[in-house]
Design a protein around this ligand. Structure first.
Ligand code: IPE
Ligand code: IPE
Ligand code: MG
Length: 260
């Protein structure tokens, strides 16, 4: 769908608007169904304050909680948060250990609020590669919220876009080998359904914080026509007002999907 709005007149005063005003403006227009976020900049946030990187991750968890609330207030159907990539295992052991513990603790802590919001937690990534206690804790929350029908929060955890494609290709190859599918009949829908994100629509908007202009192995297939929005704000400083500014920017764009 092509989205048009009076961008020039709406964009100018955005910096001066309160979070509530930004929310009101964003809700007055069609809201994207799916926003994905590369939550980047925790380490730099901490380093700039003379703190250890892990202090940035602690603040990053708080920002994630704020954004789940803001996404719910906005009426998003899907929010995908990149929490830990397959490449992040290359970080120092103490940082990885703390990240695992933080993710487990914070997910468990969110369960009552997710239930209250009728929100569902899904995990995308190679969960088998995650330490067992962490996996158990997260599975509990995924199971408890599975029947909720409101916002779906997809947490990308031990996630790699290329791994996801490899897993999908292997699943499709097995179907071909079993005689269920002919190679020439493999469709885009077959590939989409073989991905970790099988049931979710492709993201309409991808946000990256901390100013980096790269994808870092995130949702490679799904973002073919996703709108990108990069903000210099570091993830721990990212709040509801920032999410709404990104969505308002998105609402002012024309999506052409290769057409005119
Ligand atoms: C994002 O912040 C969190 C994860 C990747 C887990 P970083 O830890 O990448 O922070 P920077 O990019 O080093 O500032
Ligand atoms: C992307 O951030 C991964 C997550 C936010 C979980 P990184 O900090 O790992 O990405 P690079 O290394 O800057 O590309
Ligand atoms: Mg980073």
């Amino acid at each position: 769908m092509a989205l048009k709005s009076p961008r020039a007149s709406a964009a100018a005063p955005l910096a001066e608007l309160s979070e509530a005003e930004l929310l009101e403006r964003a809700r007055a227009q069609p809201v994207p169904a799916h926003v994905a976020i590369i939550m980047d900049g925790n380490g730099r946030w901490a380093t700039r304050r003379g703190l250890p990187r892990v202090a940035g991750h602690r603040e990053g968890v708080k920002a994630a909680r704020t954004i789940v609330r803001a996404a719910d207030a906005l009426g998003l159907r899907y929010l995908t948060l990149y929490a830990f990539s397959t490449e992040n295992w290359s970080r120092p052991e103490n940082e990885v250990t703390l990240l695992m513990r933080l993710l487990e603790e914070s997910v468990l802590r969110e369960l009552p609020e997710l239930m209250e919001r009728n929100a569902r937690l899904k995990v995308i990534g190679r969960t088998r590669g995650v330490p067992l206690p962490v996996r158990r804790g997260i599975d509990r929350v995924v199971g408890a919220t599975a029947a909720n029908t409101g916002l779906t929060v997809q947490m990308a955890f031990n996630y790699g876009g290329r791994d996801e494609l490899l897993d999908a290709f292997r699943a499709l190859a097995r179907r071909v080998q079993a005689g269920e599918l002919a190679p020439e009949d493999i469709s885009e829908a077959d590939v989409s359904h073989a991905l970790y994100t099988a049931d979710a629509p492709d993201p309409d908007l991808l946000i990256r914080t901390s100013g980096e202009m790269r994808i870092s192995n995130f949702l490679l297939w799904q973002i073919a026509y996703t709108e990108l929005w990069v903000t210099p704000t570091l993830w721990p400083d990212f709040g509801g007002a920032d999410l709404y500014r990104g969505v308002l920017d998105f609402q002012g764009r024309t999506r052409r999907f290769g057409g005119v």
